[in-house]
Design a protein around this ligand. Structure first.
Ligand code: UFG
Length: 324
């Protein structure tokens, strides 16, 4: 009854693995360690080192570990960078998913929980994004996630595959002090890095059409996100019907300036962010309803935004302390 977690050594995948361990569900990590870290994989969970583009490695892993389902978090996740690296993004996120599905299909593995993204919506035309909001991805990354969702749906119609896609909004925090978000492109790790490097955190634009002029996003804790994956996997294993996709959002928006204030409070570092020009392509506001996921997956927000920032800060400090 073992689940395979692709990208299992990543920030999100390793949280999913740990949630599986806590739930008593056996799991195996597959990761090429291009951005993941082997030490994020929990003790007792095998790490198979390799890419999801390697069909033989996937087939061997499925056979050797008697895999019954896959949580597919591996992928190239930097929306901004994907604009300059479209072919790489499509190869990793579309071709990688296609190959994985093909091997699963050949080996009778009929359950998949897929890491999708808010990026499928682009700049939404709704104050509160629901799963029915129109999809207008604004980057190769967003397109690749949407196409991968279509691959799952198409194979689901053509075969016994049972699947769901979880569309993440802004994932932050750490549920374990030894796992942290090392993304060089996202707000929270960039602010934490600036603070520990003695630099000034930057706000990209303060003239947006929002209450304080800075962009508003929907922040969710990675521990809650991981629990939703396990709930989805267990639902598929129990034969329950799931929707093709769920938004994992909180329904609440926080501005960049509010996030900065929260980080100031939890870190105890007094700083005044510098306001810079807008970052190209950033929409004013993205906030999503997680109601459907709450109904079907027991999705809840068990952490406040302050706790999200405090946990991110703790894990960041622990990582610094562990670095020789
Ligand atoms: N920001 C700053 N300063 C920084 C870094 C970011 O002000 O140093 C701002 C950004 O301009 C944006 C907000 O903080 O307004 C959040 O930026 P992130 O890069 O953390 O997150 P995004 O909302 O841009 O992106 C997230 C995911 C993407 C996904 C996208 C979908 O990280 O993978 O949502 O909307 F594609």
């Amino acid at each position: 009854m073992t689940w395979m977690v692709t990208g299992g050594a990543g920030y999100i995948g390793s949280h999913v693995l740990r949630a599986f361990v806590t739930a008593g569900v056996p799991a195996v990590a597959v990761d090429d360690l291009s951005t993941g870290r082997a030490h994020f994989v929990p003790d007792g969970v095998p790490l198979v080192r390799g890419t999801i583009l390697d069909a033989d490695l996937l087939a061997r892993t499925i056979d050797e570990h008697d895999i019954v389902g896959v949580v597919h978090t591996a992928g190239f996740k930097y929306a901004g960078v994907s604009v300059d690296r479209p072919l790489h993004t499509y190869e990793q996120n579309i071709e990688g998913t296609r190959r994985l599905l093909a091997v699963m299909s050949e080996h009778g593995v009929d359950k998949m929980v897929f890491s999708s993204s808010a990026a499928v919506y682009g700049t939404p035309d709704a104050d509160l994004v629901t799963e029915a909001t129109s999809k207008n991805p604004a980057s190769p990354y967003g397109e690749s996630k949407l196409v991968a969702e279509w691959l799952l749906a198409a194979l689901g119609r053509a075969s016994d595959l049972r699947h769901t896609s979880l569309r993440y909004f802004n994932v932050v925090g750490s549920a374990y002090d030894d796992v942290y978000d090392a993304s060089p492109h996202n707000l929270v790790p960039l602010v934490l890095k600036a603070l520990t490097d003695g630099q000034t955190p930057r706000i990209f634009g303060s003239d947006y059409n929002t209450p304080d002029g800075t962009c508003v996003r929907d922040y969710i804790h990675v521990g809650d996100l991981a629990a939703a994956h396990v709930a989805a996997a267990e639902s598929l294993a129990a034969g329950r019907e799931l929707q093709p996709a769920y938004n994992l959002g909180s329904g609440e928006g926080m501005s960049v300036a509010q996030i900065m204030q929260s980080i100031r409070r939890v870190s105890g570092v007094d700083f005044e962010p510098e306001v810079h020009d807008r970052r190209p392509g950033d929409p004013d506001r993205i906030v999503a309803s997680g109601d459907t996921a709450a109904r079907d997956l027991g999705w809840t927000m068990s952490y406040t935004v302050e706790e999200m920032m405090a946990s991110a800060w703790r894990a960041w400090q622990a990582a610094l302390a562990a670095t020789p």
